[in-house]
Design a protein around this ligand. Structure first.
Ligand code: HEC
Length: 154
């Protein structure tokens, strides 16, 4: 019995290792690009959760909204160090580096908007109160993407 158990465990550990290796190879991405894309994906999930509630006010839940706003605020500082290597291109436009001051300024606008949204959310109870600050965050994402992210159809 013990032996069978051990074999199965080894097999599944091997399976997981192999799977991880395959996923890693398929992605074949620079670690900085992967790190910042993962963070941006999480931003996207948080923004979607809040945005869905803004679009469907009867689903508005202040606790969920607060949680997502706190997450965005906390994570708002994390992607930028992954844009330092000029060879880690990913889907960033060359302007990230050729106009680095503009990019940093856009990242700071976003950090301020995210901090403001969190502050407002923690001190509010209604959708009407949080909506303007959420709109400002959305604008700061879009404005940076317009200038610095390669669009799929570019
Ligand atoms: C200061 C600039 C900037 C801000 C602010 C910003 N982004 Fe991004 N975002 C980028 C860049 C540049 C990329 C492309 C990164 C890459 O592929 O290397 C990107 C990529 C993405 C992606 C695609 C990730 C993937 O899977 O490849 C999503 C989703 C995203 N951002 C969502 C958001 C959301 C939501 C916000 C606001 C809450 C936001 N971003 C704020 C610059 C920004």
């Amino acid at each position: 019995m013990t032996q069978v158990h051990t074999k199965q465990t080894l097999k599944s550990i091997f399976g997981i290792t192999l799977l991880t290796a395959i996923i890693g190879l398929t992605a074949c991405t620079n670690p900085d690009v992967k790190a910042r894309q993962d963070i941006m994906k999480n931003y996207g999930d948080a923004a979607k959760m809040m945005g869905d509630m803004v679009k469907a006010p009867d689903t508005f839940d202040i606790d969920v909204f607060r949680e997502q706003a706190a997450f965005l605020d906390k994570e708002s500082k994390t992607p930028w160090s992954h844009f330092e290597d000029t060879k880690a291109v990913g889907e960033a436009k060359p302007e990230v580096w050729s106009d680095n001051a503009g990019f940093i300024s856009a990242s700071e606008d976003f950090q301020k908007a995210a901090a403001d949204l969190n502050m407002v959310a923690q001190n509010s109870t209604t959708l009407a109160e949080v909506k303007p600050a959420f709109g400002a965050v959305g604008k700061s994402c879009k404005s940076c993407h317009d200038d610095y992210q390669v669009k799929k159809d570019d």
